[in-house]
Write a protein that binds this ligand. Structure first.
Ligand code: C2E
Ligand code: CA
Ligand code: CA
Length: 729
């Protein structure tokens, strides 16, 4: 029983069986006496009972036996020569040998017995004794020994199991805690420090709420109340814990379960009150990815604005609110003008950055409760709530227009984008979500086809069919039926008063609406890409007409044609221009292609290569509306540009008596000086007065175009044209 039972108790933590009633054959007894006869009679008696017995003749032999083997019981004679009983007891104590010792003594002196008990003996038996008496003592002693050893085993198991649990608790990836009835921490594992940054010990004794973020206090309070209620089903909750110092707050899934009412407190003392055991698992990563997925579902990732779905949600809510309170709300449809051109010519990366910047600027224009959303491509929508009246929606739209006036700096480029804005006001402009959005869209297109950069409020007479669709269909039909014609405006050398060339300007002879200028349909044609067909057919017609004129007495007459950047971006651009010229037998050296500055912002090799290829055949490239856009001069050297057309707005400033005219004319001076310096041709646009003519000639710009010399007209009308007298040179 001695050693072997120890070994068994080590095996499993779950095995709690401990044998307290040893069988005779399981124990080992050592008999010690110097009297061989006595020794032999005890051995015979005990062996008869089935006990395995060893005998030691004298103290020295006893010590030998004890050193070699484990015994459960020793019957020890005190008086022995040499090494006596007390010496053996000292040895047992010194070597911490675990066995029960019954002293068998002939002396009946109480001192001897007391001495032996002091030295660690467990019991004594006086000689002479009855055999029954001996057996009874041995039985008792063995039972006592069995009990003691099973206690020791139990304690060892408990210690081991506690160590194991402590190890598990302390190394748990989750926070493990115990709360008392007041909801204060009685125990916390060290994980709380690594997950929240809080010192574990300073939290002990503090309310659970101290660890919870303020926003979640109500929720946490209710949760703890429920946790203490054994009938409650609520056993877990998601709570945010505060971080300490640098650490931000994190999300935890907290699970709790009440303990049975009586148990051992963590300090080892007895407890009679229920405790709450709990764990808190860090779910911040999961929450963040959920939040991101959620964000993604309702936001445009490029601009981080709400997307179409969220916008519709918000409008729906706002309508419900407005109808209850008889309030106004407005939906604004904001469409960027010419964004497509920029996107195509500068590439999508630049386009994306521009959109982000536009979004940020628009965001700055709105109030807190309003919702700005990216509806798609270059379309934004804005929901304005709690409007005092419809006019305040117009004011908001104007503010947006104003904010877009300043150029955006994207990389090396300064970009200007305008916006057309349509407004639908609830309830007049639509009493439900779809109607409001559709009508704002209709108003926006109504605005876009008339002029860019405008604001228009939807009116019921704008009709149920979106104007844009109608216009688009009209435009397609017009191309099929060829409802377009060209007018030509003379370009004059004012020093000689001779017509040097003509600019072809397109008109649409609309069956219902009469003659329409390019401003009324070119934007839509660009948005729908129908401009490609339109510009190609204009080039062909212009080349034919002017070629005929050249053949009839005006051999050197030049032709200027306007080209949309969308056309230039096409892969087949060069081929198609050249084949058209060939088809019409038009000399390339008499052709000027007018392109806009926006196209030139693109330093894509493609554009440079294409324009160079055309220039190599003798075609000249002119920059239209020069000075209005993205006055980045770098491209002038890089590209085969031959002509700068000074924009009408600069010409108009000459001599108009306005305060800023000095400033404006100094721009004209600068452009002319620069153009001459770069050995470029200069043409001033929009010359309407003799004063402007004089000024321009004086600063060195000889070529002019404008109403002073002639409006756009059918080509044959040029014959009868009377030019004003030439400017003094
Ligand atoms: P642009 O190339 O700057 O054309 C000059 C515009 O100024 C023309 O307007 C012309 O009528 C107007 N104009 C000329 N002289 C004067 C003047 O002395 N005073 C005033 N106030 N205006 C004058 P239009 O014909 O309405 O054309 C407008 C724009 O449409 C053109 O501006 C051009 O960018 C574009 N465009 C015209 N034809 C075509 C075409 O076939 N294809 C493309 N892609 N665009 C075209
Ligand atoms: Ca032009
Ligand atoms: Ca122009």
């Amino acid at each position: 029983m001695a050693d072997h039972s120890e070994a068994r108790s080590d095996q499993t933590d779950g095995d709690t069986r401990i044998d307290c009633n040893p069988k005779a054959g399981d124990v080992k007894i050592l008999l010690v006496d110097d009297d061989v006869q006595h020794l032999e009679s005890m051995r015979a008696l005990l062996s008869m009972q089935g006990y395995p017995v060893d005998v030691a003749e004298g103290g020295r032999a006893a010590i030998d036996h004890l050193g070699r083997q484990a015994y459960d019981l020793m019957l020890l004679d005190l008086r022995m020569p040499g090494v006596d009983g007390l010496d053996v007891l000292r040895f047992v104590r010194a070597c911490k040998i675990d066995l029960v010792t019954v002293v068998v003594s002939g002396q009946n002196s109480a001192d001897d017995v007391t001495d032996a008990l002091h030295h660690g003996a467990d019991d004594y038996l006086k000689k002479p004794y009855q055999p029954d008496e001996l057996l009874a003592r041995v039985g008792n002693a063995l039972q006592k020994q069995a009990l003691a050893s099973s206690n020791r085993q139990m304690r060892r198991r408990l210690e081991r199991s506690e160590r194991l649990h402590r190890l598990i608790v302390n190394n748990s990836p989750d926070i493990v805690f115990v709360l008392d009835q007041q909801g204060s921490f009685r125990f916390l594992n060290p994980r709380v420090t690594s997950l929240t940054g809080h010192d574990r010990r300073s939290l002990l004794g503090q309310p659970f709420l101290n660890l919870v973020k303020l926003d979640d206090h109500d929720k946490a309070r209710y949760f703890i109340e429920q946790a203490l209620n054994p009938r409650s089903e609520m056993r877990s909750a998601e709570l945010q814990f505060t971080g300490s110092g640098e650490e931000g707050s994190r999300y935890f899934e907290v699970a709790v379960w009440p303990t049975p009412t009586a148990g051992q407190g963590m300090d080892g003392g007895e407890e009679d009150v229920p405790l709450i055991y709990g764990t808190a698992r860090d779910i911040t990563d999961r929450k963040e990815s959920e939040a991101f997925i959620n964000f993604q579902a309702y936001h445009d990732l490029l601009t981080r604005l709400p997307n179409r779905a969220l916008f519709k949600d918000r409008v729906e809510v706002a309508i419900a609110h407005a109808s209850r309170n008889n309030a106004h709300l407005a939906v604004l449809f904001i469409d960027l003008d010419r964004f497509k051109v920029i996107n195509d010519s500068l590439g999508h990366t630049m386009g994306d950055r521009l959109l982000q910047m536009v979004a940020a600027r628009l965001q700055n224009c709105i109030r807190k409760g309003d919702t700005l959303a990216r509806f798609g491509g270059d379309e934004f929508t804005l929901l304005l709530t709690e409007l005092p009246d419809a006019d305040s929606a117009i004011q908001a739209a104007n503010k947006i227009q104003e904010s877009l006036k300043e150029a955006f700096v994207v990389g090396d480029h300064e970009l200007v984008v305008g916006a057309s804005i349509g407004i639908a006001v609830y309830p007049e402009g639509g009493d439900n979500l779809d109607a409001l959005i559709r009508n704002a869209d209709i108003a926006m297109y109504g605005e876009k086809v008339v002029s860019r950069n405008g604001v228009r409020v939807f009116l019921p007479e704008m009709g149920p069919t979106p104007q844009r669709l109608e216009m688009e269909q009209d435009l397609r039909r017009a191309l099929q039926r060829d409802e377009f014609k060209l007018l030509f405006q003379p370009q004059v050398d004012s020093s000689t008063n001779r017509i040097m060339g003509v600019e072809a300007l397109v008109r649409w002879q609309h069956p219902q609406r009469g003659l329409l200028g390019p401003d009324e349909f070119v934007p839509l044609a660009e948005d729908t890409r129908l401009i490609v067909q339109l510009d190609r057919s204009s080039l062909r017609k212009a080349a034919r007409e002017v070629r005929a004129m050249q053949r009839h007495g005006h051999p050197g007459l030049r032709l200027s044609v306007n080209l949309s950047p969308i056309l230039v971006q096409r892969d087949d651009f060069v081929k198609s221009v050249l084949s058209t010229l060939q088809e019409c037998d038009f000399p390339p050296e008499l052709l000027d292609l007018e392109i806009t500055e926006s196209l030139l912002m693109s330093d894509t090799d493609g554009t440079v290569r294409k324009l160079k290829a055309l220039a190599d055949t003798g075609i000249r490239i002119a920059i239209d509306d020069f000075g209005t856009g993205y006055s980045c001069m770098a491209y002038l050297q890089k590209l085969p540009v031959h002509t700068l057309k000074i924009d009408r707005s600069f010409t108009r400033a000459i001599g108009n008596g306005k305060m800023n005219s000095i400033e404006e004319t100094s721009i004209v001076d600068a452009i002319v000086a620069m153009g001459l310096g770069l050995r470029m041709n200069l043409i001033a646009e929009g010359v309407e007065t003799a004063l402007q003519q004089d000024y321009l000639s004086r600063v060195g710009c000889k070529l002019m175009q404008g109403f002073l010399f002639g409006r756009p007209m059918p080509l044959q009308d040029l014959h009868g044209l009377k030019l004003p007298k030439s400017a003094p040179s």
